[in-house]
Design a protein around this ligand. Structure first.
Ligand code: ZN
Length: 94
């Protein structure tokens, strides 16, 4: 067993840690990537999806059939965000 082989064994996982550190930190902070979303659910006049991994919610546009807006754990905050967004577009001149 040469000294070089021992070194490379240790350097390999270290290299992965360094390159994947930024992503790993995001995963640790958030807990998951929200890449497994439920089917759209309707409540309080809004349609939203729920992350199957952590339970975070996101508004869902039924006409465009895609999710939009920020991720929030509280549906009321999503509704507040959507109402604020609509008011903004009303105030803008066409
Ligand atoms: Zn999630």
């Amino acid at each position: 067993m040469s000294e070089d082989k021992k070194k490379s064994r240790w350097l390999w996982p270290l290299g992965i840690t360094a390159t994947g550190l930024t992503g790993a930190v995001v995963v640790l902070l958030r807990g998951c990537w929200h890449n497994k979303m439920s089917w759209p659910v309707s409540a309080q006049g809004y349609t939203y999806q729920v992350c199957l991994g952590c339970g975070i919610k996101r508004l869902f546009d039924e006409k465009a059939f895609r999710a939009y807006g920020p991720y929030r754990y509280d549906l009321n905050r999503l509704i507040a965000w959507d109402r604020g967004r609509q008011q903004e577009s009303y105030q803008r001149p066409a």
